[in-house]
Ligand binder design. Sequence first.
Ligand code: ATP
Ligand code: MN
Length: 462
Amino acid sequence: MRLTIKELFELPPDGRSVIVKGWIRTKRETKSAVFLEVNDGSRMGNIQCVFDEAAAASSAAEIARAGTGASVRVEGSLVASPASGQKVEVKALSFEVIGEAPADGYPLQKKAHSMEFLREIAHLRPRTNTFGAVARVRNRMAFAVHQFFQDRGFNYVHTPIITTSDAEGAGEMFQVTTLDLDRIAKSGEPVDYSKDFFGKAASLTVSGQLNVETYCQALSRVYTFGPTFRAENSNTTRHLSEFWMIEPEVAFNDIADNMDLAEDFLKSLARVALSDCAEDLTFFDQRIQNGLLDMLAKMIAAPFARMTYTEAVKELEKTPEAFEFKPYWGCDLQSEHEKFLTEKIVGGPLIVTDYPKEIKSFYMKLNADGKTVRAMDVLVPRFGEIIGGSEREERLDVLEERIEALGLKKETYSWYLDLRRFGTTPHSGFGLGFERLMLYVTGMANIRDVIPFPRAPKLADF
Ligand code: ATP
Ligand code: MN
C-alpha cells in the first residue's frame, strides 16, 4: 500500500517494503549512487530515495527521465538514514517515472523564485516549499476555527453570498446581474432592475453579519465562515477583493466579553499553529520572517493591550512628524497609525475601542457620550487591523435614528430592525479576515500569497 511521506516518517526504519509516490524535487548522481528527493505535500520534508549502484543500473533509463517536477513511483525498503535531519530513507529497488516534467519547459527548477514570479504561475506554486507550507497551515487553521467554536457551543450558520442589502451601508459591492448589459447600453433604455434575476439589484456579500445576527437572536452563539467580496480599489498587501471571513456573534455579550472572545480565539489559533504546524512554521521562521515563532509564543503568553480610540489618538499626536497622515480626533486610523501603535507603543497586539461614530458602521452601539460607539478593532504589528467588531445597538429607537442620520433606507433593514422589535438583547460580534490571520501566523508579507488564487483589482487569473 502507498503511504504518504508523512506517514512513512512515523514508521520505524525496520526494512519493511514501501511504495513512495510523489514529485521529484532534486536528483543527485554520484559514481556509486543516485539520490532522489521526493515530496508529496503531506509534509514539508522530502523523503530521500537512494539507489545503490546495482539499483541505479537496473533503473538507468527511468532515472534519466526523472527530472525535477516529474511524478514518480519508488519501491524499496524503509531504512535508517545516515543523513542528518531525517530518521528514515528509502533504499530503492525499483523505480518508475509516471509523468515527465521536461526541464526546458518546467518553470520550477531548483533555485529561488520571487513571490511575484510564483504569483504568475499560481497553478504550479503549491509545489514549492513555501506554498505547500501555506496550504497546510491554511487547512489546519480553517479546521481550528471550527474546532474553537464547536468546543464552545457555537452553531455554524451558512449566510448567503448573494444579497440585496449592504451590510456596511456603504458602496463597494460587486453587482450580480443576468441583465444583458450590452443590449441595454445599445438601446439607451434605463436599467430596470425589476426585470433582473432577483427582481431587484443584487450583489455579492461584504459581510455575513446582519444575517448571522438573526440566528444569534435564536441560537445565542453562532458564527459564519465564508467568502466575502469587496470591490474597493485597494491595491495593498493586506486587501483582497475576495477573502474569507469568520464572524462570531453572541447574544448577551457586551464589548468586554467580545474582546475576551477575540483574544482567546487568536491565541487558540496561534497555539494550534505552533503545535500542529511546527515543521512549516519553523520554515517560515527561518526563511520568511525571522522571529516568527518567538512572536507567536509571546503573543499567546501576554494579555493584549487595550486602549480607547481617544487614548490612541493622544499617543499618536505626540509624534505627528512620524506620519504621512497627521492624526487627529475623528480621523480614521491609517495603517501607519496602527503599525505605530502596535510596534512602537505596545510592542504586540492592541485592542482599540470606542471609535467616533462617524467612522464606524450604523449598527454599532452608541455610547452615553453620544459621540463614540462600542467598536473594537484588534490591531497587530506589521499590518494593523486583523479583527473588527463591536457591541451592536440593541435599542430600536437609537438604531432607527442612526439609519436615518446616515441617509440609509429603513425599509431595506426592516427585518434587521425586527430583531430589536421582538425580544432584543445586548449582543456582540466581530469579523476576522482569514487571510489576515494567515499573514499573522505564517509571517508572509503579501496577502496574495496566503490564498490559492488571489482576486484583486485587475487580477482574476486562474
Ligand atoms: P481595513 O480597514 O483593513 O480595510 P475594514 O475596516 O474595511 O478593514 P471590516 O469591514 O471591519 O474591515 O472587516 C472585518 C475584517 O475583515 C477586518 O478586520 C480584516 O481582517 C478583514 N478584511 C477587511 N477587508 C479585507 C480585504 N479587502 N481583504 C482581506 N481581508 C479584509
Ligand atoms: Mn474594520
